[in-house]
Design a protein around this ligand. Structure first.
Ligand code: G6D
Length: 349
């Protein structure tokens, strides 16, 4: 197992480094100290061919210019906050409205655009990178000095383990995720329409026209949102279901997980034989089928960006939870500790 570090570019005058983790089976994961961004995951197909299964860019400038959030840690709050404001203990906090009147993915310079401290870490059967970042009191309008630690491990079971913890000195809200776009065909050669997703989820959140939760939890039974027995992403792109149409002919929805840390999210690409199993301690996964991905630029290797080129499986708390008292809370107290664990296991069939 090994860890290598290369210069990737710079943001302002701060260097951006690429850390590449490689296990004994040849699988590789590369990530940046910019937003803890995963730029590449080389995973084998059934014949052992290693290809990149996530979308990314070759240049740091593109990560800043394109609002795709490719591979990055999203925070302080993933998803949208209605009206770009919330109240805690009677005090209203105003956030930058960076999507219409709402606040999206941590604001104008969320965690994905910050330079994190990074250091390689090693264990007996894993190599990794430990990222740390101090989000200052008032950053993007949020209260509290929030110390965040994100550790990416790569093991010899071809598993990427993502452990994120956070502590605050003042009551605040926290809901973090990773925004990787997966494409198991390898090197972005096909769209994700024939990818098959299986979810242990009986309900999903209804969205309004601004893609914010209405508060209603809808049953998946009898709809294109029923992934319990496996379903091709294609179904959602041709569906006339109002929620698929609203999302831009696809999915952009939070699914409530009925189990945790027990193979609750499985993505398959039958042609290559690649399978991704995601397990998490988080209550939901936002499935986004890149319905709004721009088509006026190229991703790494000069591959043209296209709608439906990747699928995001953003494990997290429920979006806009601060405005829904019946959603699991995203409030973090000074004596509390935020802990998010998600594992991504790559295998073949
Ligand atoms: C769009 O609505 C989607 C979000 O879910 C996604 O995170 C973003 O594009 C990249 O805004």
């Amino acid at each position: 197992m090994k860890i290598t570090k290369q210069t990737f570019g710079e943001v302002g005058h701060e260097p951006v480094y690429a850390y590449t983790l490689e296990n004994d089976r040849g699988m590789r994961l590369t990530c940046l100290n910019l937003g803890c961004t995963v730029t590449e995951i080389l995973a084998p197909d059934r014949d052992g061919n290693l290809e990149n299964v996530v979308l990314g860019f070759d240049r740091v400038e593109d990560y800043l210019r394109r609002k795709t959030y490719f591979g990055a840690i999203i925070g302080r709050i993933a998803g949208r906050i209605r009206g770009a404001e919330f109240a805690l203990d009677g005090k209203t906090y105003t956030l930058p409205p960076n999507e219409g009147n709402n606040h999206l993915h941590g604001g104008i310079r969320g965690f994905h655009e910050r330079i994190w401290e990074a250091k390689p870490v090693e264990e007996k059967d894993a190599v990794g990178v430990e990222f740390t970042y101090l989000s200052k009191d008032g950053e993007e309008g949020y209260p509290g000095n929030l110390q965040v630690r994100a550790v990416y491990w790569l093991t010899n079971e071809n598993r990427w383990i993502q452990k994120i913890t956070a502590k605050t000195d003042k009551k605040t809200i926290v809901n973090l995720t990773n925004h990787s776009y997966f494409n198991l065909s390898g090197n972005g050669k096909d769209l994700i329409l024939d990818h098959e997703l299986t979810l242990k989820s009986d309900r999903f959140l209804e969205l309004d026209e601004e893609l914010l939760p209405t508060g209603k939890k809808l049953e998946v039974e009898g709809t294109p949102f029923d992934f319990r027995k496996g379903r091709k992403i294609f179904d959602g792109t041709v569906s006339r279901h109002p929620q698929n149409l609203l999302a831009g002919n696809g999915y952009d929805h939070p699914f409530l997980l009925s189990e945790n840390l027990n193979q609750e999210i499985v993505l398959r690409h039958r042609e290559s034989g690649r399978k991704l199993t995601v397990e998490t301690n988080q209550p939901c996964v936002v499935v986004y089928t890149s319905n709004a991905l721009g088509e006026d630029f190229a991703i790494q290797g000069g591959v043209p960006s296209r709608k439906y080129l990747g699928i995001c499986l953003e494990t997290q708390g429920l979006p806009d939870a601060v405005h829904h008292s019946d959603f699991p809370p995203v409030v973090l107290e000074p004596d509390g500790r935020y802990e998010a664990l998600t594992t991504y296991t790559f295998s073949t069939e």
